[in-house]
Design a protein around this ligand. Structure first.
Ligand code: ADP
Ligand code: MG
Ligand code: ZN
Length: 277
């Protein structure tokens, strides 16, 4: 038989193989020969595989870490519901203590915040007239808990009248995201929640208005879902006004563990007014 003169085409794999040279060096770790491809530096296949695997694991770990951060740490910025945008800039650092009451209240708030990021589950209640710094201090607490909790906690600040308004607005819109279910889930899922300005959702506080059945029902679902989680409540209501507005069972949910964790502004004046009267 005569050899035919044919042209053969090599596959990329064959080309690669033909350019692979085995070196006489061995890997001290894996005790196998090093190989070199296309005249490059000889490498240990096992070392290379391990390095690639490690890189992949690190990448996956980083993605998971980022995902976890989005699902926890980012809550405060992403899911909080309030209108007063100045709250974005408040902190313990810019909270002024010009008198004994603000000084004592700041210290108390800081102490409680530290206990929260260490896992305390009792509620805190801020009381006092409007403009005395209740929202400022409660948001400052959230920020410090958000920064210092390990693992991260889901921290959330909601102005309760804005929340109720959003649910009610949603009644007339077919695809509103703020359904009662969404809000209840959001507020019960938070690890630390501030319910800001309790009572404002019922309208004029000075009138003897009672919370509507709907408001009561929503607040109940939220507070029942938070029996093992801390809630910070701020309110302009006095205890007498609160008793008129909500039923006793709901009030006891609001005040769960709050004995010794009430922060009162009795003497502080409205910080928004430059003229005192
Ligand atoms: N001690 C304080 N130091 C600095 N700013 C304060 C202080 N108390 C209140 N404020 C500011 O005054 C305004 C009203 O306070 P806010 O926390 O909204 O009062 P409240 O919630 O009691 O009605 C906010 O802009 C707040 O940042
Ligand atoms: Mg307020
Ligand atoms: Zn090796």
């Amino acid at each position: 038989m005569t050899q035919e003169n044919t042209t053969t085409f090599s596959s990329p794999k064959d080309v690669f193989k033909s350019r692979l040279t085995v070196s006489d060096e061995t890997c001290p770790i894996h005790n196998i020969e090093l190989v070199s491809a296309f005249g490059r530096e000889p490498i240990c296949i096992e070392c290379k595989r391990t390095a690639l695997e490690e890189r992949e694991n690190t990448l996956v770990e980083e993605i998971m870490k980022e995902q976890n951060r989005i699902n926890t740490y980012d809550w405060l910025n992403k899911h909080s519901i309030y209108l007063d945008q100045t709250l974005q800039h408040v902190s313990f650092d810019n909270y002024k203590t010009n008198d004994s009451e603000t000084k004592a209240n700041k210290e108390k708030a800081l102490k409680i915040a530290r206990e929260y990021y260490q896992g305390a589950t009792y509620n805190t209640i801020f009381t006092g007239k409007p403009g005395t710094g209740k929202s400022h201090l409660s948001m400052s607490m959230l920020k410090i808990v958000n920064e210092n909790s390990k693992p991260y906690k889901k921290c959330l600040f909601v102005s309760i009248d804005e929340v109720m308004r959003k649910i009610k607005d949603g009644f007339n819109k077919r695809d509103s995201m703020y359904t009662e279910e969404y809000i209840t889930n959001l507020l019960t899922s938070a690890d630390l929640l501030v319910i800001d300005d309790l009572g404002a959702e019922t309208g004029a506080i000075s009138s003897d208005k009672m919370a509507t059945d709907f408001t009561t029902k929503v607040l109940y679902s939220i507070m029942n879902g938070r029996m093992n989680k801390p809630t910070i409540i701020t309110t302009n209501l006095t205890s007498r006004e609160m008793a008129k507005m909500y039923d006793q069972k709901l009030i006891s949910r609001f005040l769960r563990g709050a004995e010794g964790h009430a922060i009162k502004f009795d003497k502080t004046n409205d910080k928004r007014l430059s003229v005192e009267f």
